[in-house]
Write a protein that binds this ligand. Structure first.
Ligand SMILES: [Zn+2]
Length: 358
């Protein structure tokens, strides 16, 4: 069997499964198979060399908002949802700190097979030495205090990427509710604390991820940040007019900043008909990739699966299936160089530029 194309992925929710479901210090992740989309053996089989591993604080189990279909209403041509409420910051901090403890345990138990990446040099070293790279990412900055007093401590603990919001408000800004078809221009822009967080991330060299952010918040970040603009897991609004997907003006702004858009695999953010329950052909995923590449260039398009956080297409049902996506790109006429850029080089370039400290 030939070596699969190395792939660095912009988003997964695997840490939460390791923490909440396996509760074994990462042993199941290291040895496989887990019931989820990613474990180390399947990552290796599919070429997945690492990615942004999110800590996402879900609505507490006893709250009605923890139901997957909470507030979802099917309409004549799509669906609307109720915007979820902010999570309690103290709850988010306890959960986040617990998951970080689990992550450090996983790294220790992995005996050199996985590493929490702290610098660009780490990424390159790991690629060359078959070490799986875990970039610690917060999806929803709720665990960060509004006065930012605990941000440096999280950085010291390995935090290198922050998604300002999930699809709900927090002290920093507001995310979009999941709706189709609708514009992402829903709700207010960043708060003063949100603007200060963007500047602090620039100073420390932490990636700012705008996935889930509403449009006013997006333009606030675009104005304030001096780093390349990044949306880790999203789609193209002109193809699938979901609130989670990017308008042409947003796509252009990412290109102008030398930034990057990670296309997610979730059918609900890809399908032109918006059907959130149905499967999707990989050619549709490639349509999103191609749209961005044609509009702002091959240097600004990448992958952001949402493995372990969303329903996956049948042909990409876990990390071991990633070569199916590479083959679909080849069928569309992409050669080795553009495929390498989409698969990992663009993520590497943007992380290098953003993590100026190392
Ligand atoms: Zn997400």
């Amino acid at each position: 069997m030939s070596t699969p194309q190395p792939i660095f992925d912009g988003h997964n929710d695997t840490l939460l499964s390791i923490h909440l479901d396996h509760q074994d210090g990462g042993a199941l992740f290291l040895n496989g198979p887990t019931p989820g989309h990613i474990d180390l053996p399947r990552a290796r089989a599919g070429g997945l060399i690492g990615g942004l591993y999110a800590i996402y604080p879900p609505a507490p189990k006893d709250s009605p908002e923890s139901a997957a279909r909470f507030g979802l209403k099917i309409t004549e041509n799509g669906y609307v949802t109720q915007l979820k409420s902010a999570v309690d910051p103290d709850y988010a901090r306890v959960l986040t700190d617990d998951v970080i403890t689990t992550l450090h345990e996983l790294e220790r138990n992995g005996d050199g097979q996985v590493q929490i990446v702290r610098s660009y040099d780490d990424l390159v070293h790991n690629l060359e030495n078959d070490v799986h790279s875990i970039v610690l990412h917060f999806e929803d900055a709720a665990a960060i205090k509004a006065d930012l007093s605990n941000l440096d401590a999280y950085y010291a603990n390995g935090l290198r990427s922050i998604g300002l919001v999930w699809s709900r408000p927090n002290a920093f800004g507001c995310g979009v509710p999941f709706e189709f078809p609708n514009s992402p221009d829903i709700g207010p822009g960043l708060t003063d604390a949100g603007k200060a967080l963007v500047q602090a991330c620039n100073r420390l060299g932490i990636l700012i991820d705008m996935a889930h952010l509403n449009e006013k918040g997006f333009w606030d970040v675009a104005e304030i940040s001096d780093a390349p603009l990044v949306v880790s897991h999203t789609g193209v609004h002109a193809i699938c007019p979901s609130t989670r997907d990017l308008t042409d003006a947003q796509i252009d702004a990412v290109g102008q900043s030398n930034g990057l858009i990670g296309i997610m695999f979730s059918p609900s953010q890809l399908r032109p008909d918006g059907n959130p329950e149905a499967d999707v052909e990989l050619s549709v995923l490639v349509d999103h990739i191609e749209y961005v590449a044609n509009r702002i260039g091959i240097d600004h398009i990448a992958l952001g699966s949402d493995f372990d956080g969303a329903k996956m297409p049948q042909a990409l049902s876990d990390a071991a299936m990633l070569p199916n996506l590479i083959h679909t790109l080849e069928d569309r006429g992409y050669g080795p160089e553009p495929i390498e850029k989409i698969a990992y080089r663009n993520w590497f370039r943007v992380l290098k530029e953003t993590w100026h400290a190392g």
